[in-house]
Design a protein around this ligand. Sequence first.
Ligand SMILES: NC(=O)c1ccc[n+]([C@@H]2O[C@H](COP(=O)([O-])OP(=O)(O)OC[C@H]3O[C@@H](n4cnc5c(N)ncnc54)[C@H](O)[C@@H]3O)[C@@H](O)[C@H]2O)c1
Length: 359
Amino acid sequence: MNVNVQLGERSYPIRIGAGALAELPGLCRERLAGSHVLLVADSTVDALYGDRVAQGLAGAGFAVARATVPPGEATKSIEWFGRLCECAADARLDRTSAIVALGGGVVGDLAGFVAAAYLRGVQLVQAPTTLLAMVDSAVGGKTGVNLPQGKNLVGAFHQPALVAADTDVLQTLPKRELAAGMAEVIKHGIIRDAGLFAFCERSMDALLSGDSAALTHVIARSCEIKAAVVGADERESGERAILNFGHTLGHAIEQATGYGAYLHGEAVGIGLVFAARLSARVFGLPPADAGRIRAVVARAGLPVSAPDLAWAEVRRAMAVDKKGAAGTPKFVLARRIGEVEYGVAVPEAVLEEVWHGGC
Ligand SMILES: NC(=O)c1ccc[n+]([C@@H]2O[C@H](COP(=O)([O-])OP(=O)(O)OC[C@H]3O[C@@H](n4cnc5c(N)ncnc54)[C@H](O)[C@@H]3O)[C@@H](O)[C@H]2O)c1
């Protein structure tokens, strides 16, 4: 299945489905200007899929250099950015060369930032291997690394030349990671597509068991939704903010817990339930729909609350979320499933009450 991201001359195709990785070399031939690529993967993904992808690219006529990085968020650093830039120089990449990011969001963001900066920009191919990367991070052009002071503080917008999301590789993805990616799928349903949301309700067991047709459907719909939002507001000056539904609290939970206790998607799961409750309380979302959101998040195997965390701690972390104006977080809230608005201020007392389970 193909989804096209419409961004004028920076438009690009997303190939989704079982076997998409086998099609990658041919797609690269069509889309890439030159014949040199640097294939970047973390060591886990490299061991599983690196040789196959490298051989495929070589078979299609590319000179392939490879770089392997350690798995995990700590690799999304200035240090690894520098090392990969040196790998690109050692491999003699030129302006017509490309970087192929094979992996989850960590490799996609890191290698994407190298592609944005090396020689002031070379082509980028995203080959996402986690559900989160397929439905979210590989699409939209945000790249970057973390600083000790905070996540994603240094980066660039750099759209890929192509994305290939192979549902077969999700068979080896740990179940916890698969569930975490499902949080972003559910979010896409809530913000733009009641049909996608209902599909998640109906088909969660098939999705979690790795059913390729069900996964292809939700990945394609998620990419279409993200592509449409990004197409309308590439640099987040307005509407792109709706992609942050559930993320104001999600980011705060990640920060308050030192980015260790919860995966991003797990923190977002809690954030989706919180935003749904807020929406029911102040924005007219029918309480039954807030209940459906909680139920589907739970069915995905994601947490729906963080009882171990104190509100004061979470609220403090919210105040420093870089997407809010100083001290006053703004929320994306739902009027109904499939329709949201951004930039909504919520009274302090309501936030605390809803955190404690009120609706
Ligand atoms: N750029 C964006 O718009 C955007 C959006 C959302 C999240 N992100 C970023 O994405 C990152 C998280 O990405 P992630 O959740 O994909 O995590 P990740 O890249 O760390 O991957 C998770 C783990 O799964 C392993 N893995 C990956 N694919 C596998 C496979 N097919 N089989 C077996 N193991 C596999 C990896 O080695 C890693 O240990 C964060 O840094 C976040 O900030 C970026």
